[in-house]
Design a protein around this ligand. Structure first.
Ligand code: ZN
Length: 287
């Protein structure tokens, strides 16, 4: 009986594929460029097969949106995406057919939320919300040990936002909604306004205040809906020095002491580092 688990972090620019086990050891990993589905997925299957075909489970933490309805013939497929060639791509199918073992799939951000709750910044709590702010904004939440799903996975990056008074002229960068959270606070929205990433703008640039303000308003929205014990803020934009502290301070001001969770305490950085993607895939398998 094997205890090897195949792990796939399926991203829009690269796939990271690994072999691990339930103790969170990762024995081997590789990087495969995301080109066309048939090419990228068969390269991932071939690499895993070269390390033995006897997997106990496959975990896939994928970019989305995904069809996660087990009763749907499209389960495990990407649905609509602006990424060329990937709309309707069957992500789970090639692994199911190749290895004949249980395949778990969810979004990369849901995987990260589950992994941070199990082993990272949310460990020991009953509820953790994970928000990643990078080229897009995505969020997942664990409540009572389970990921929150409705008809599909949450789309927390697309909540409507109040506008910062000094940011009224920017139309927003989301192709679907303009000035949703992603359209205002993701990396491309920052570059569209100020011509540089947040970490490259001077420390006194108003961009820092504006982005922190949006993330604080978003944190308050999620706090009001779920009262999560932790809100974990990750992603490239949060690598900006001082940003997390600004978000905490702004959220505390905005919340005015109303909620069960105090922003100074419950808005935190991720704890799992660069393996979050593969650990997310592992967490999705139930390991
Ligand atoms: Zn949007």
């Amino acid at each position: 009986m094997t205890d090897k688990i195949a792990l796939i972090e399926a991203g829009g620019t690269k796939f990271i594929v690994g072999v691990g086990d339930a103790s969170r050891k990762i024995y081997a990993r590789t990087r495969i460029d995301t080109t066309r589905p048939e090419e990228t997925l068969s390269a991932a299957v071939d690499w895993l097969r070269a390390r033995g075909a006897d997997y106990a489970a496959v975990g896939i933490a994928s970019f989305g949106p995904l069809d996660l309805d087990r009763a749907s013939p499209q389960w495990g497929h990407i649905t609509r995406t602006t990424k060329p060639h990937w709309s309707d791509a069957d992500i789970a199918g090639p692994f199911t057919r190749a290895f004949g073992c249980p395949v778990a799939i969810d979004t990369d951000v849901n995987g990260a939320a589950l992994a941070e709750w199990k082993w990272g910044a949310g460990q020991g709590t009953n509820s953790t919300l994970y928000l990643t702010v990078g080229t897009g904004v995505g969020g997942g939440a664990v409540v009572g040990g389970r990921l929150v799903h409705g008809l599909s996975h949450p789309e927390m990056g697309h909540i409507r936002m109040p506008r910062h008074p000094a940011d009224m002229d920017f139309a927003g960068h989301c192709p679907f909604h303009g000035d949703c959270l992603e359209g205002l606070a993701a990396g491309p929205a920052i570059i569209a306004r100020w011509g540089a990433s947040l970490s490259d703008l001077p420390a006194d640039h108003i961009g820092h205040e504006i982005v922190a303000w949006y993330l604080a308003q978003a944190a308050q929205t999620f706090q009001a809906i779920l009262e999560p014990a932790r809100i974990v803020l990750g992603g490239g934009v949060l690598g900006t020095p001082g940003l997390l502290d600004r978000v905490r301070a702004e959220a505390a001001k905005s919340a005015a002491g109303y909620f069960a969770g105090s922003p100074q305490h419950n808005i935190v950085a991720p704890a799992l580092g660069e393996d979050t993607g593969l650990l997310g895939a592992l967490a999705l398998t139930g390991a």
